[in-house]
Design a protein around this ligand. Structure first.
Ligand SMILES: [Zn+2]
Length: 303
């Protein structure tokens, strides 16, 4: 089957499918194609060639890219940034100030991924290349960048999923690149999975970030996992609802010393019921397990 790498999802914006671990429709990046092209998120290091293929489909040369914006340092968003920068001599990285040390020295990211997913995982994800500090600019609470031709983007700190996360609005367009502030909805699986991973998920910060984004009343959400959504209100509402109901459910089981496996199975059942399917695909199970793990980790730290 021929792969489609780029799909237009809004005026001047393309969804790039990174085909993470060879699977379509799970990890996306976005290209904003103005006079100063900006790549928002990068996928895993092992899928950098898909990003380059996406740029080629859209007709943007890597040397034209001016901004690379990993919304946070998790490897499905920032993993390929360093590798891509080698092909993009005119690009600077813009990321949250707490993300920069990890992008410069990815040791801790690799440690935390192997802690969550096991030793072999780096063979699948690919090791992130370090990014020289001279090529990075920090975002604190909020920053604006100029994409040319009257188009600007505002980068806002949206912690909760991770303390170093930013979301991006394309000003005056109604388009919001949410990052993982909102839950996962995989194509063909009609249920939302909250994005509550270890090591730094924080429920109240996540809900507050969703509230701030919701107040902006965006018309189009561009979600990394996965794709464009026009039902912003539903996505915000459902994310808020499920973060709190999952924390409550996982906490009940955590108090009874339920294992990660048992708790994950239980939450998988709720997602499968929601979606009206017998069994979840493996990548959705991994997402559920990761989110359960994040909640358990949060409970361990805070009680
Ligand atoms: Zn993600």
């Amino acid at each position: 089957m021929t792969r489609v790498y780029a799909t237009k999802v809004a005026e001047r914006v393309y969804l790039l499918d990174t085909y993470a671990l060879g699977v379509a429709g799970t990890v996306g990046a976005y290209l904003v194609k103005g006079p100063k092209p900006a790549l928002v998120d990068c996928g895993y290091s092992s899928s950098y060639e898909s990003v380059l293929a996406g740029l080629a489909e859209v007709g943007v040369m890597p040397s034209e890219v001016r901004y690379v914006i990993p919304t946070h340092v998790h490897l499905d968003h920032a993993g390929a940034a360093g590798r891509l920068l080698r092909e993009m001599p005119n690009a600077e990285v813009v990321a949250h100030e707490r993300a920069l040390p990890h992008l410069e020295d990815p040791t801790r990211l690799i440690e935390s991924s192997t802690m969550v997913f096991g030793r072999q995982i780096m063979e699948l994800y690919g090791r992130p290349d370090p990014i020289p500090s001279g090529r990075m600019t920090a975002v604190r609470e909020e920053s604006r960048i100029d994409l040319g031709d009257g188009l600007t983007a505002t980068l806002m700190h949206t912690p909760g999923h991770a303390p170093h996360q930013i979301s991006v609005t394309l000003d005056n367009t109604g388009v919001l690149l949410t990052a993982d502030a909102v839950g996962i909805v995989y194509p063909g699986l009609n249920a939302l999975i909250p994005t509550t991973p270890p090591p730094s998920f924080n429920p109240s910060e996540l809900v507050a970030s969703v509230g701030r984004l919701r107040q902006m009343t965006p018309k189009t959400l561009l979600v990394p996992h996965f794709g464009a959504r026009k039902d912003a209100e539903w996505v915000f509402g459902r994310t808020t609802e499920l973060v709190s109901s999952w924390v409550t459910a996982v906490k009940e089981m955590w108090k009874q010393k339920s294992t990660l496996e048992k708790t994950s199975e239980r939450m998988e059942e709720t997602v499968a019921t929601d979606a009206g399917v017998e069994e979840l695909p493996i990548y959705a199970k991994v997402s559920v397990r990761t989110s359960v793990m994040g909640i358990m980790h949060y409970l361990d730290k805070n009680h």
